[in-house]
Design a protein around this ligand. Sequence first.
Ligand SMILES: Cc1cc2nc3c(=O)[nH]c(=O)nc-3n(C[C@H](O)[C@H](O)[C@H](O)COP(=O)(O)O)c2cc1C
Length: 217
Amino acid sequence: MFYEAKRNDHGLQFDPFKSCVVPRPIGWISTLSREGIPNLAPYSQFQNLTFDPPYVMFAANQKTDGSRKDSVVNAEQCGEFVYNMATYDLREAVNNSSQEVPPEVDEFELAGVTKIPSKIVKPFRVEASPIQFECRYHQTLRLPGNGVMGTVDVVIGEVLGVHIKDEFIMPDGKLDILKMRPIGRLGYYDYTSIESIFEMAIPGPNEDVRSGMEGRR
Ligand SMILES: Cc1cc2nc3c(=O)[nH]c(=O)nc-3n(C[C@H](O)[C@H](O)[C@H](O)COP(=O)(O)O)c2cc1C
């Protein structure tokens, strides 16, 4: 099938678009409001952008009333945010933290997760999450959209600090992703979690390319 995105006339009972780029990692983003209230929300429009220095981004559509999401406002005003990895064990808390609640609500409490201080930035980290990035706000790219919620704020941050729980580092120096079991979005109400891994090296003689890909130092 083919349909023009502008028309969205796919004719299916459910909009297929969000299932066409999958699985999407979930950035569980924590911020602090100007008043000092901790905020936590999942963003599946999330990705790392580059690695030297590392940058990440999350893309926030508008709230149902057309205002900007709290994570965006806070990241811009406070100048910092934290990425927490969303895992299978934390899935209910991740989901609970997605409720649209007023900025006065501490969403760590709403989600039922313990917060711990960061080392460099002010926003808290989710203690139970195996990986957290402390990020300095860099820039917001605002893309125009259709309707109240269509407009999107792409928030970019530079990663200043990386926390990895020791129990998830294997003796060979790689991360134990199967043990972390990160979850990803598949569109609809559907998710996946990482339960298998396969290995594949880039073919060809260029050892620099290969070791760069593997992350070898
Ligand atoms: C798994 C999951 C992924 C989500 N991804 C996004 C996203 O990429 N962009 C977005 O605008 N909202 C996304 N949402 C909805 C937000 O989490 C929700 O609007 C939340 O209330 C925003 O909180 P905030 O205003 O505190 O930032 C997602 C929700 C869930 C459950």
